[in-house]
Write a protein that binds this ligand. Sequence first.
Ligand SMILES: [Zn+2]
Length: 493
Amino acid sequence: MAYTNSPMVVYTKLSPNNSGARTHSIDRITPHCVVGQCTAEGLGDWFYQKSTQASSNYGIDKDGRVGMYVEEKNRSWCSSSSANDQRAITIECASDKTEPYAFRDIVYQTLITLCVDICKRNGKSKLIWFGDKDKTLNYAPKSDEMILTVHRWFANKSCPGNWMYARMGDLAEKVTAQLGGSSDIPAKETGMQASVLSNLTEADVIKKVGSLFTENMKKSGILASVSLAQFILESGYGKSELAQNANNVFGMKCSLSGNTWSGSTWDGKSKYTKQTKEQNADGSYETITTDFRKYPCIEDSIADHSAYLLGAKNGKKLRYEGLKGCADYKKAVQIIKDGGYATSLSYVQNLCSIIERWNLTQYDVKESETPIAWYRVRKTWDDSKSQKGAFKTLENAKKCADANPGYSVFDVDGVNIYTPKASTTPAVPFLVKVSISDLNIRKGPGTNYDRTQYIPIGIYTIMEVKSGKGSTAGWGRLKSGVGWISLDFVTRV
Ligand SMILES: [Zn+2]
């Protein structure tokens, strides 16, 4: 296929920093973050200097304008990997200067359109994100497949930044949808969890996984917020990673893409044992022996990670002494760091900022001296996953059931002690508090309606509640008229 260039280009300044003709046909796209809100011209000037020793095929500037610096037929110097750049279209995107190196929305939207254009002109009907380095680099794309790769796999840097990294799956899905292809990757390649979670937003995943901790963590003795934050941090923030890297992060034998861990032994029934070398805080190494189960799902994988932290030993001494029952997340994170789990100096800070950003302490169950006769709000007693919350007082449990059509209050023995009367639609208007930064506003009551933007953190008036796809508590119409939000992620005030 003859090489062409994108008609979206509004500015061209060809860089001398390239290797001439590609030695491999185009079957990858590698988005990068510029680390600056640049213009197409500024980026062009930078790549035009020989001393820069770098270039990209395209750049998307802060206003969504597309610049071209190396023609598609030629190999750019962009991803710290000759093998990658020989077959990839590299795209530098204007971004913030600090982690997570966020892009402006117009930049991201342009990236989607540019990827669609690149795929079309190069005969591809699908853009694929595996979220797994080994899987990706060993994969032989079919003739109509374009594969996403990231710079961080080839060099010790964050590029494309955690903001974009978390959206790689979304980018692949949106581009593939516009190409008219199906974004369903066969189940054997990504595993069931990926398909179960792929329709959820990042906030949905956090909520879904978090809700499973409310009771489990009481049993395991480690704070849910800490486990969740580790999971989010180590799996790269994003929903596809939450699904796809779960195994790698928390010790499954095989990754969902089928890669196996080397060095583990299988007992033939349910348990893998693996010895790993881990670095202590003083820089010395210890050999740690840990047993892992084969997990049927991510929730179990996370729960077992807690079991690992609580059980890991150096000789006879507990590696993370003091973690069990520790009710202060800052202290718990420090214990994990000091035990040698992580060597990065920013580990404690990173975990704490994730806990604060997602308000993960909401999932922590506070221990008490005497057992509490919790009142649980669920659809049915058996449907424990539907649980909205566990309350110390019946009054609060009733309020929760009132606000959630279809829910009842169950006592500690599972007896239904309260079901709201038929008219369960909450009286409107009422006020809600939004305390997460990425709750979508949608054009209608359901995830099947387009999103328009994130709603800023604050207090809002809901004028009407309707049930709809993707929300258990229903959708609330905003007084301002800009759209609807899921009531799953707000609290009534
Ligand atoms: Zn890069």
